[in-house]
Design a protein around this ligand. Structure first.
Ligand code: RIB
Length: 306
C-alpha cells in the first residue's frame, strides 16, 4: 500500500532505568528497574502515525547488531514499510540511555550509531516513497545534510512538510525555514532555535513569532502539561492539555507529532489534528516506555467517548 506519511529519521534501542530521582554528576545511584524498549524519535513518530490510522513508510538506518533487527521488526509489526530502512554493516544501532525519575521526568543520552550513517543519498534512493506521500516528517537525530535534503525535496514535491527539531542545541540553517509547513519544537528547542527564553505562554508566543519571521508557515510549541501553542500569520491559539496521571513522558512529543501527521493525512483540519494529537500524547504519558506507550486509534476513540 502507498504510504501517505513518510518519516525520515532515527531508530534507537532505548535502555531505560527507572530511579527515584536522576543521578547528580559523579554520583552512582541505585535504580528500581530496567527495560530495553524500541524507540528513537523518527521510529516513535512512525509508530504513532501508523497506530493512529496512517499508512506509513520509514527511511532510516540501523546497525548490523541484534538491536538493528529488533528495531526493524518493531516497525514491521505495525505494518510500516521498511524497504528504506537500511543496515550499516559493522555499525552499531542507535542507542538511547534513559533515566526516568519518580516524577516521570527523564534524562536521555543518545549514541547515533546507524542513524549517523543515514545520508542524503539514502533519502534520494527513497524518492519514490516521498513522491507517493502526502506528509513528510523529519527530526534532528540524523545528519543535518540528510534533514536538509529531506525538507527541500519534500517541499519541491509539494508535500506537507513537518519538522520536529528535536533534539535542538543551536539555531537551524536559515535555508530550511521556507520549506516548513509545520515546525513543532518543545519549549527548550524553541529557545535553542531563537535565543528567546521560553517559560510562559507569552514567551512561547514571542519565540513562535520569531520562527514565523524566519520563514516557517506554522509553528506549534509543545508545552508538556501546559498543552500546545499554535501560531501562524493569522494569529495564535492555545490548546490546553487533557489532564492525566503521568507515568513516563518519554515519546509524548513524538506521539503528538505522529498523531498530528496521521490526522492531517486523514483529512482532519490542523485544529482537529492538534486536538487528536493531544489526546494521543496524553494517553502515551500514562504508560511506560517509548513505542509501547503509544496508543492506538481505538484507545483515542475510547478516550473521546468516555
Ligand atoms: O523522544 C523520545 C526518544 O528520544 C526516545 O525513544 C529515545 O530513543 C530518544 O531518541
Amino acid at each position: 500500500m502507498q504510504a501517505n506519511v513518510v518519516v525520515v529519521g532515527s531508530l534507537n534501542m532505548d535502555l531505560v532505568a527507572r530511579a527515584e530521582r536522576l543521578p547528580r554528576p559523579g554520583e552512582t545511584l541505585a535504580g528500581d528497574s530496567f527495560a530495553t524498549v524500541p524507540g528513537g524519535k523518527g521510529a516513535n513518530q512512525a509508530v504513532a502515525a501508523a497506530r493512529l490510522g496512517a499508512s506509513v513508510a520509514m527511511v532510516g538506518c540501523v546497525g548490523s547488531d541484534a538491536y538493528g533487527e529488533q528495531l526493524r521488526q518493531a516497525l514491521l509489526v505495525e505494518r510500516i514499510d521498511c524497504q528504506a530502512v537500511s543496515t550499516a554493516q559493522g555499525a552499531s544501532s542507535g542507542l538511547a540511555m534513559i533515566v526516568v525519575d519518580a516524577n516521570s521526568q527523564n534524562a536521555i543520552v543518545i549514541i547515533p550509531g546507524g542513524n549517523g550513517l543515514l545520508t542524503p543519498a539514502s533519502v534520494q534512493a527513497a524518492d519514490a516513497l516521498l513522491q507517493g506521500s502526502e506528509v513528510v516528517i523529519a527530526q534532528l537525530e540524523v545528519p543535518s545534510a540528510t534533514v536538509g535534503h529531506t525538507l527541500q525535496r519534500a517541499r519541491e514535491l509539494g508535500k506537507t512538510v513537518i519538522l520536529n527539531p528535536a533534539p535542538a542545541a543551536q539555531p537551524l540553517p536559515s535555508e530550511w525555514y521556507p520549506h516548513l509547513d509545520y515546525l513543532i519544537p518543545n519549549e527548550s528547542e524553541a529557545q535553542a532555535l531563537t535565543g528567546i527564553a521560553v517559560f510562559s505562554l507569552d514567551t512561547a508566543r514571542l519565540a513562535a513569532e520569531r520562527l514565523l519571521e524566519l520563514g516557517a508557515r506554522r509553528v506549534m510549541i509543545t508545552l508538556g502539561g501546559e498543552g500546545v501553542l499554535y501560531v501562524d500569520a493569522q494569529g495564535s491559539e492555545h490548546f490546553a492539555a487533557p489532564r492525566v496521571q503521568p507515568v513516563d513522558t518519554t515519546a509524548a512529543g513524538d506521539t503528538f507529532v505522529g498523531a498530528f501527521a496521521a490526522g492531517l493525512a486523514s483529512g482532519k483540519s490542523p485544529r482537529e489534528a492538534i486536538l487528536f494529537g493531544q489526546i494521543a500524547a496524553a494517553l502515551s504519558v500514562t504508560r511506560a516506555g517509548a513505542q509501547p506507550s503509544i496508543p492506538t486509534l481505538a484507545d483515542v476513540q475510547g478516550f473521546i467517548a468516555a
